[in-house]
Design a protein around this ligand. Structure first.
Ligand code: KQY
Length: 366
């Protein structure tokens, strides 16, 4: 497969919306005991539930480290393709490729530089070299030519594309010191347009309160279709999330997308704060250089972190009184898709959610 050093936009490629048709979905398998409690067993059950749900709608492939291959094969249903692939952790959205597509339906990958959400500045573990190779490996398995961004650090969870010329991101993440500190906001904006084939970037300020990725957009805001966004929300003025959501609402209300459309904004109320318990904290190995999981820490829980599959939505639930309303709202916004809820606390305890552990491969249908 070719490694390309040209620019996707110049080659006629752009990132489709997640709601466009997929050839499949990629995931990784969790195992590191300094991030996942109890030897990652509960997380493996949650990942299995997510993979199984998505596989009802489209083919799923799970990349697994050699030492977990047998276990993953045994836990995952037979319709899921399991392949041996080294990784440092299990966040396919972030270390995997972002796929772009042209008018003929040719699909290519972008293999961003990955540095574990901030490298030596505020990255979440060290080293991350195996994760950094995942994008290239997925493209090879899928026989997709691949763009490598030599000096541009980015994770897939920090961008959303509407597939129609507009991308959303957050300043908190893309302007963070651990990503591309020598680049200005304008330069980063330009790079996003060049690689994702878009004409406009909407810059939100901050992501979900306490999000350890420096505020990935995929936990706070996403597109339901061009011109329509979902925004994580709270009416509780005493919650630090209140000000963050208000600020982003202002930005979204006072902008237009690349086609000049005013955005329709739908508020998705967050669950009540999800806090790590003593037992959960004690189940995680303590290792220097990995973000600790201390009892009492608030995790960045949000319903917006869902995956859009062909004909389905696979969304996180938290056993919270807001679960039902969030599901109902998402059903209303995606009337042609079956909405499947998965109890996702064990994924959240690792630092992300369903969107963060999945990556769609667009289909070649034009
Ligand atoms: O995309 C994400 N939310 C990934 C979070 C990584 C957490 C690593 N502990």
């Amino acid at each position: 497969m070719k490694l390309l050093d040209t620019i996707p936009k110049n080659d006629g490629f752009h990132m489709p919306g997640e709601y466009e048709s997929h050839a499949g979905c990629w995931m990784l398998w969790p195992e590191r005991p300094d991030n996942w409690r109890d030897g990652a067993r509960p997380a493996q059950q949650a990942f299995t539930a997510v993979a199984t749900a998505i596989s009802r709608f489209e083919p799923v492939t799970v990349g697994v480290n050699q030492r977990q291959y047998d276990n993953a094969k045994n836990m995952l249903p037979d319709n899921i393709r399991v392949i041996e692939m080294s990784s440092d952790d299990a966040w396919m959205r972030d270390c995997g490729p972002t796929f772009v597509k042209n008018a003929e339906g040719i699909v290519r990958g972008i293999d961003w530089v990955f540095n574990a959400w901030g490298g030596l500045v505020d990255g979440l573990f060290f080293p991350w070299d195996k994760d950094d190779q995942v994008g290239d490996k997925v493209c090879a398995v899928e026989r997709k030519d691949c763009y490598r961004t030599k000096n541009f650090v980015l994770e897939g969870g920090s961008i959303h594309s509407d597939g129609d010329g507009t991308v959303i991101t957050t300043e908190e993440c893309l302007l963070s010191k651990g990503r591309n500190p020598s680049m200005s906001k304008n330069e980063i904006d330009h790079n996003l347009c060049q690689y994702l084939g878009c004409d406009k970037v909407i810059w939100l300020k901050r992501g979900i309160y306490k999000d350890e990725t420096n505020g990935h957009v995929d936990n706070i805001c996403c597109f339901a279709r061009p011109g329509v966004v979902l925004l994580a929300w709270t009416d509780d003025e005493s919650d630090p999330q209140y000000e963050i959501s208000q600020e982003n609402y202002e930005i979204l209300s006072n902008t237009v997308d690349s086609k000049g459309r005013q955005l329709e904004i739908h508020k998705i109320h967050t669950p009540k704060p999800v806090i790590i318990t003593k037992q959960e904290s004690e189940g995680v190995d303590s290792v220097d250089g990995t973000l600790p999981r201390a009892e009492g820490t608030r995790m960045a829980a949000s319903y917006v972190n869902f995956y859009i599959a062909n004909g389905g939505i696979v969304m996180p639930l938290f056993n919270d009184e807001k679960d039902e309303a969030a599901m109902a709202k998402i059903r209303e916004l995606f009337p042609d898709r079956e909405v499947v809820g998965i109890l996702a606390r064990e994924i959240l305890l690792g630092g992300g959610n369903i969107h963060c552990i999945t990556q769609q491969l667009p289909s070649s249908i034009t």
